[in-house]
Design a protein around this ligand. Structure first.
Ligand code: ATP
Ligand code: ZN
Length: 300
């Protein structure tokens, strides 16, 4: 096997909502690459990992066809492609291996503000415009609704104004685009966030090792986002209560304090956001000299 085949290829959206987050995450995992977004291909300088910058819709097929080993893409796109493969009597050769906790949005059915809506039955025998024909077909079938699906490749929200559809089924995060088009959300069809997909094609041991390493580092990066390192002094007698109050920490380190037999220092990684209230509660329980520090890297 030549060395080129031993390099991991990750498909990332070239230019769009997922691009900056995806590249930022990979950088936090220690990957250094030439970050020109005009280029289709980014060579990893310090790891055998290269990036292919493509349209997000192409990512599942690139991973399924083993052109890329991994891909970072919205679950909405993954599910739509999975259903397309299924409708064609096949199966997408990719698996979801990691949730990334960004790119949160949902596929929703929206109605013109003036239209009445009284539950899914109101969709019966109507026309619904969407780019997500697979997910919508699946949703309608599960709800025993017969409706005409009108395919729009983009700008779905203008379909009712054009008289092309009664409802739209489109991605929503804040809802601002819907209200700008005098639409209101009436049904949630599918919840989505960015995920990592991996090809089902067998990987060499070396590649598998790198994939495992990347996923472990991603896990570490996501964990430290909310994590804090807390240091405090506690009366020995209050140790149990103070340990209980530390948010999301399993095993705090307890250190004796020189010349203070009744007191200890407690250090703990808290895997949840540390609120002022938590610090105040710790103080009420007897803690003093409280210090909250950011965590830069973590390896479980
Ligand atoms: P491309 O040119 O790569 O095909 P696109 O226009 O299809 O880009 P974007 O609008 O950049 O895609 O969205 C990429 C992904 O971001 C979506 O598939 C979805 O997973 C996620 N996303 C998060 N919030 C939203 C939102 N409000 N609208 C659309 N997508 C969103
Ligand atoms: Zn797209």
């Amino acid at each position: 096997m030549n060395t080129k085949e031993q390099r991991i290829k990750i498909a990332v959206q070239k230019s769009g909502r997922l691009t900056d987050h995806s590249l930022d995450l990979l950088e936090r995992c220690g990957l250094k690459f030439t970050q020109s977004k005009d280029q289709l291909f980014c060579y990893g300088e310090n790891m055998p990992v290269d990036l292919l910058l493509v349209r997000d819709d192409d990512i599942p097929a690139l991973v399924s066809d083993d052109v890329c080993d991994l891909g970072i893409v919205g679950l909405n796109v993954v599910e739509e492609k999975r259903l397309q493969f299924e409708n064609n009597g096949g199966e997408g050769q990719f698996d979801r291996v990691f949730q990334l906790d960004f790119g949160h949005c949902h596929l929703a059915i929206a109605a013109p503000e003036a239209a009445s809506y009284d539950g899914v039955a109101s969709l019966q025998n109507t026309r619904i415009a969407t780019s997500y024909t697979g997910i919508l077909t699946d949703f309608l079938a599960r709800n025993n609704i017969q409706a005409e699906i009108v395919y729009f490749s983009g700008a779905v929200e203008i379909a009712p104004k054009l008289g092309r559809a009664d409802f739209v089924c489109d991605l929503v995060s804040s809802g601002a685009t819907l209200s700008a088009n005098q639409l209101r959300e009436v049904e949630t069809v599918f919840e989505s966030e960015a995920v990592v997909i991996q090809t089902r094609a067998p990987l060499s041991d070396l590649k598998q090792e790198w994939v495992a390493r990347i996923l472990q580092r991603l896990d570490g990066v996501l964990q430290v986002r909310e994590s804090k390192y807390i240091m405090l002094h506690a009366p020995r007698a209050a140790l149990a209560e103070i340990t209980r109050l530390l948010p999301g920490s399993e095993f705090p380190t307890v250190i004796p304090l020189e010349g203070q037999p009744d007191k200890v220092a407690v250090h703990a990684v808290c895997r949840e956001f540390v609120f002022w209230e938590t610090l105040e509660n710790l103080k009420s329980a007897g803690a003093s000299s409280l210090l909250v520090l950011p965590v830069e890297k973590m390896l479980a």
